[in-house]
Design a binder for this molecule. Structure first.
Ligand SMILES: [Zn+2]
Ligand SMILES: [Zn+2]
Length: 172
């Protein structure tokens, strides 16, 4: 991007979501999210343990193992996956720290495509648009279908590049 080119609003707010992600202490996945009404920033959040509780950097990740149906070379297979379940997800924290009336008709910018639980909560939160960057394949079809049924705009920014330095800091 040339120096004189002004950032568009999508880039601006997704950049701020990435900045929020740098606060996360989970080394396995660092996610940031912001709430935007019109062009006004109304909240920011990242994934983390509840306040006053040791986080992943202090207590280590809390690993849960589960089997997940995945398409491997055109075949559906059960694949064992590990996830950290210590943290409240960024989207959930965003909902905990914003008001319902602020969320009505608002947009959520989030670094990663929401998981099923977050998508379900966002669908009932009053927001009317979700913009994400990194894909998250688990339950993706279900999430996309949910947003369609609910009439929530669900889109990704394909040509978006996170701020230099930030992505090094939060990469998995
Ligand atoms: Zn963790
Ligand atoms: Zn989630």
């Amino acid at each position: 991007m040339s120096k004189n080119k002004r950032k568009d609003w999508d880039t601006y707010f997704l950049d701020i979501a990435y900045m929020a992600a740098t606060r996360s202490q989970c080394p396995r996945r660092r996610v940031g999210a912001v709430l935007v009404q019109g062009k006004k920033l109304l909240g920011s959040a990242y994934n983390g343990a509840p306040m006053g509780v040791p986080d992943c950097s202090e207590a280590g990740c809390m690993i849960a193992e589960e089997y997940e149906l995945q398409n491997v070379d055109g075949k559906d297979e059960m694949v064992k996956k590990q996830r950290c379940i210590r943290t409240i997800h960024a989207e959930q924290n965003l909902l905990l720290f914003t008001d319902r009336k602020d969320r009505e008709g608002s947009t959520v910018y989030v670094t990663d495509q929401p998981c099923w639980t977050c998508a379900n909560m966002l669908a009932n939160s009053g927001v009317s648009e979700i913009v994400y960057h990194r894909p998250y394949t688990k339950d993706s079809d279900k999430v996309i279908n949910l947003m369609e049924v609910r009439g929530i705009v669900f889109r990704t920014l394909e040509h978006y590049q996170p701020p230099k330095g930030v992505i090094d800091e939060i990469k998995e």
